[in-house]
Design a protein around this ligand. Structure first.
Ligand SMILES: [Fe+2]
Length: 292
C-alpha cells in the first residue's frame, strides 16, 4: 500500500532541534568551514527500542573547497572528525535521537527503523532522483541509450526501504522544500529528461531524454508519457517543463520552521526547491527507514 507524503510541523521538539543544531555548528567550528554533510555510519537499530541504537562513527564531506573524489565507489577525500576533537563534542544525543525518532515514526504508522542518518546543509540544487538501494555500477558511464545490464553487473545488497524524509533544523528561506512525484523506481536513479548527455556523471543510473523507462529489469512505475498538467506545473514555477515530462506531482512539501518533518515513501522520485544556488542555511536531518 502506498504511503502518504506528509508535512508535520513540530515533529521534533525545540530542545531536540537545538541539540542537533549545536552539534552541527560545533563540527563546522572544528573544521573551519560550512560543512555540507555529516554522515553517521553504520547505524544499527536493535529490535528492542529500549536497548538502544548504536552508531560507529561519523565523517564530514563537502566543505566548499573540497570536491568529492571517488575510488571504487568510495568517497576517498572525506574527512573523519579527528579523534581528539570528537571527545570535545557531545555525541551522546545521537543514539538517543535515533531511538526517539524510531518511536515517533511508529506512532504515525511509518514502519521500519532508521538506517541512514545524515545532517545536510547543501548549497546546490539536487536533481530529480530516487534513493534506496544503490546498484553496483552506479558511477559507471554508458555509451548507448536504453542500456541492458546483466543482473550480476548491477544487483545490489538489497534492503527493504520503507519511508524517507527530512527534519528541519534551520531553514533560512521559506521557499525551501521537497517536491515528491508519483513515479517510483526500486533503485537509486536520476531522472533528467531535459538532457541527452551520455558522458554526464553517473549516466548508468540516469534516465535521459532518449531513454525508455526500463532498466535493471525494472521500470519507472506510474509513468504518464505526457507533460505535466498546467495545474500541477504552476506549483513548480522554477522547474523545467521538459525535465518533468512523464512525471506527476504527488506533493509539494515545505521545510517551514525548525522541527518540521517532511516524509514520503522511499522509492518515489523527488527533488529540492528552489532550483537556485545559495539560500543561506538549510540544515536538515535526513533519514531513511528499512524494514528488518
Ligand atoms: Fe533524496
Amino acid at each position: 500500500m502506498e504511503l502518504e507524503s506528509v508535512q508535520i510541523p513540530n515533529f521534533l521538539s525545540e530542545d531536540r532541534v537545538d541539540v542537533v543544531s549545536k552539534f552541527y555548528f560545533e563540527v563546522c567550528e572544528i573544521l573551519g568551514c560550512k560543512v555540507h554533510e555529516i554522515t553517521f555510519n553504520n547505524i544499527t537499530s536493535k529490535v528492542d527500542y529500549v536497548s538502544g541504537t548504536n552508531y560507529e562513527d561519523f565523517d564530514y564531506r563537502y566543505c566548499p573547497s573540497i570536491e568529492k573524489q571517488y575510488s571504487d565507489d568510495k568517497v576517498i577525500n572525506y574527512k573523519k572528525i579527528p579523534e581528539d576533537k570528537i571527545k570535545d563534542i557531545n555525541t551522546d544525543w545521537i543514539p538517543e535521537m535515533i531511538d526517539h525518532l524510531n518511536e515517533e515514526f511508529q506512532k504515525i504508522n511509518r514502519k521500519g527503523k532508521i538506517c541512514t542518518f545524515v545532517i545536510f546543509n547543501l548549497p546546490n540544487p539536487v536533481q530529480i532522483h530516487t534513493d534506496g538501494n544503490d546498484i553496483k555500477n552506479k558511477r559507471g558511464k554508458r555509451n548507448v541509450f536504453n542500456p541492458v545490464f546483466k543482473r550480476e553487473e548491477y544487483f545490489p545488497s538489497y534492503k527493504k526501504y520503507t519511508h524517507q524524509g527530512l527534519i528541519t533544523i534551520q531553514n533560512d528561506d521559506l521557499r525551501n522544500g521537497t517536491i515528491v512525484f508519483n513515479q517510483t523506481f526500486p533503485y537509486s536513479v536520476y531522472y533528467a529528461n531535459h538532457e541527452n548527455n551520455l558522458d554526464r556523471k553517473k549516466s548508468v543510473i540516469t534516465f535521459l531524454k532518449d531513454d525508455d523507462i526500463f532498466r535493471f529489469d525494472e521500470k519507472i512505475e506510474n509513468y504518464t508519457y505526457e507533460y505535466m498538467s498546467d495545474e500541477e506545473y504552476k506549483l513548480l514555477p522554477d522547474m523545467n517543463r521538459e525535465q518533468l515530462f512523464g512525471l506527476s506531482l504527488d506533493k509539494k512539501l515545505m521545510f517551514m520552521d525548525k522541527g518540521t518533518l517532511v516524509s514520503w515513501q522511499d522509492g518515489k522520485f523527488h527533488t529540492t526547491i528552489p532550483m537556485k544556488k545559495e539560500w543561506g542555511n538549510r540544515i536538515m536531518l535526513q533519514y531513511e527507514g528499512v524494514d528488518e
